[in-house]
Design a protein around this ligand. Sequence first.
Ligand SMILES: Cc1cc2nc3c(=O)[nH]c(=O)nc-3n(C[C@H](O)[C@H](O)[C@H](O)COP(=O)(O)OP(=O)(O)OC[C@H]3O[C@@H](n4cnc5c(N)ncnc54)[C@H](O)[C@@H]3O)c2cc1C
Length: 400
Amino acid sequence: MTTPAPTGLEQPDRAFSTAETALIIGAGLAGCACARTLAGSGFTCKLYDRNADLAAATSAVPAAIHQPHLTRTDQLRRRYYLAAYKRSLTEFSAPEYQSLYHRTGLLKLVDDVDSWSDHHSWERHSQTSASLLAGTTVASEALYLKDAGWISPHALCTHWVTTDASISFHGGTEISGLRRTMSGWLLLDAQGKTIDESRLVILANGGQMTRFDATSHFPLQALRGQMSFFDGPDLLPPAAPIISGKGYILPGKSGFWSGATHQRDNTSVTTSVADDLKNAAQVNALLPDLLPPNQATTSWAGVRCTTPDRLPLIGAAPDASFYRQAYADLHHGRTNQSFPKAQFEDGLFVIGGFGSRGVIHSLHAATALCGIIQAEHSVPPEFLAATHPGRFLLRQLRRN
Ligand SMILES: Cc1cc2nc3c(=O)[nH]c(=O)nc-3n(C[C@H](O)[C@H](O)[C@H](O)COP(=O)(O)OP(=O)(O)OC[C@H]3O[C@@H](n4cnc5c(N)ncnc54)[C@H](O)[C@@H]3O)c2cc1C
């Protein structure tokens, strides 16, 4: 069998042993899932966050929907999201998640339900039968996924971290710098003093990943969003599913959440009345018979971290200067030229770019990363290549 020619999307050869302590920066869904998965493989994990509590930034979203991404055609992104959804669904089916995961089912309103025929796990419903499921008239035909639901990421992260003694949480600790040494990496505070050191460091700090020199090249984008809670205990039946279409309605105790707005390159977490009004307008577009909601009683805003291709970043941090030099000829389109194998910032890994789907991404990404760290790959090669942290450098070089 011939070995495939290097493409820049290889994985590192080095396997880290469980003798190394994993230092993880960022204690949101990405960092906590990573700690949980590495601890499950025998690593001792130290989780650092600048906030005092777990899941206190984007993962503080009050209720996060757990559903795969739906696309009409069978493309890599659909396969990826489905695999990620199945991974978390298997996890959430364990007894320990019974009080955490709310398996409400989800109705996805679509225009032409028959054109979604190859989505086997989704039931197809006419507008009438979808309205029966919802307990009120829905705006169109719909697809129904009975195992979809919602979870509180804060509760999930707390569960992962506090039920495993190999994970310690160091809240209120901002990591201001990273320095490479002969033997590994130092985590530095704002004065340049060493906070900790290890051969194995994982960046799970969302959009803040680009503040470090070694990872400043990632093209991460901020996407602000707001969700709004509307009071109304009798508006929806108690067991109503989540209704999703352009926006969503997530039934809760004594009312429902509606969301979420999307504003590119806006990093403000201050809530706005204008966004509450947008969310209120969305409710009636989904459920026309529902009375227009009163003013929102609570709102929450956060900033999603997205990548240009809407797939996460998972793996070893690429050595950017090596990539720029070794793959410079890619812009000539020389596909038959032989390129050297990818090189990395030894011992530095990244996980993030989860966009609006942090719940389904976190465990699948953590499983993939845990395999990469131990050089024992557990997810298909097409997924490793699609989420490879070096892909954006390669794309940039090709465009040049
Ligand atoms: C309005 C809205 C609605 C959403 N709805 C859903 C939904 O329905 N379903 C879903 O699955 N997802 C949803 N999401 C997305 C989901 O919240 C994110 O994908 C997920 O929380 C990202 O997790 P993360 O761990 O990558 O990032 P974060 O939760 O932001 O974690 C990064 C952590 O790194 C820490 N940090 C940063 N820099 C440093 C540093 N230098 N030193 C120490 N610590 C640092 C931060 O304090 C933070 O705790 C929504 C997001 C928004 C904004």
